[in-house]
Design a protein. Structure first.
Lengths: 123, 161
């Protein structure tokens, strides 16, 4: 089991990682961030993607699908953004956020590593 | 008891808010109807408040006040007294200022109160005015802090120094 800082370090060791964050989508505030910089303000990304997660959860609820979100992939011109809501009992209301360079990363491998990181995360 | 009733009972010792009121504040339900200006700095300021409300889901309304707690303008929905919110904003900012001074952490910047049913956030505008934002419980408060920065800067340019 790993804490938040170690989890974010593990996520940032994924090939092509640009920035990672653990975000509380009830408030949009971050519990931890790593990476980012002048090109990508991670707190802005966290607050903005909070609305993305809320909108998708609400849509699933309105559709009456009764399903949870495993992860969300947003593909930009040069980046992948992966959002992974935490499914465990202690992770309610949180999501992991990872920005990847499209050219330097392997998407399948990144998703796999992100799932492993979530499983190991202890809050 | 309404705020108006309190003001009447407070007597002549307290400054009368109505005397300091900007002439073109949006009509308060209890006040006589005044025409709302379509241009000028106050109309621009109210436009900025509405922009902030539209930009951040969960914002119920905004109040622009002086650091003395007197209302400048607002876009609150009916039923809430903007004068009272202005006074609350000044009290909150005062507490924040005292905390910063006592702890040696510098001047006041913003303060957020989270109650069981919502948020109340106060931003200092250029040292002489306050922006108070009322939000419901589902407010994305991190996003509010991001979106409020340019609004506070624009309001600081707009208001007389």
């Amino acid at each position: 089991m790993t804490n938040i800082d170690v989890t974010l370090k593990n996520i940032m060791s994924i090939e092509g990682a640009i920035a990672a964050a653990l975000v509380d989508y009830t408030s949009g505030m971050t519990l931890g961030v790593l990476g980012g910089g002048p090109d990508l303000d991670i707190t802005v990304a966290a607050a903005g993607n909070t609305d993305v997660v809320r909108a998708k959860l609400r849509t699933i609820q309105l559709l009456g699908l009764g399903e949870g979100i495993e992860d969300m992939l947003i593909t930009l011109d040069t980046q992948y953004h992966i959002i992974r809501p935490l499914r465990g009992a202690n992770g309610q209301g949180l999501f992991l956020y990872l920005a990847l360079s499209k050219s330097r990363s392997n998407l399948a491998l990144a998703r796999h590593h992100l799932r492993l990181a979530e499983e190991k995360l202890e809050l | 008891m309404t705020a108006r009733g309190r003001r009447t009972e407070a007597g002549a010792a307290l400054p009368r808010r109505n005397e300091r009121l900007a002439d073109d504040a949006p009509p308060h339900p209890a006040a006589e109807t005044r025409p709302v200006p379509v241009e000028g700095p106050l109309a621009t300021a109210r436009g900025l408040l509405s922009d902030l409300q539209l930009a951040v889901p969960g914002v119920r309304g905004c109040v622009l006040a002086g650091v003395d707690g007197l209302l400048i303008t607002h876009n609150l929905p009916g039923g809430r007294d903007a004068h009272d919110v202005s006074a609350l904003a000044a009290t909150t900012a005062g507490l924040g200022r005292q905390s910063g001074m006592a702890l040696g952490q510098g001047g006041f910047r913003d303060a957020t109160i989270r109650s069981l049913g919502g948020y109340f956030t106060v931003y200092l505008i250029g040292g002489h005015a306050l922006l108070a934002v009322l939000g419901d419980d589902g407010l994305n408060v991190a996003r509010l802090h991001i979106e409020a920065v340019p609004v506070v800067e624009k309001l600081a340019d707009l208001l007389p120094r």
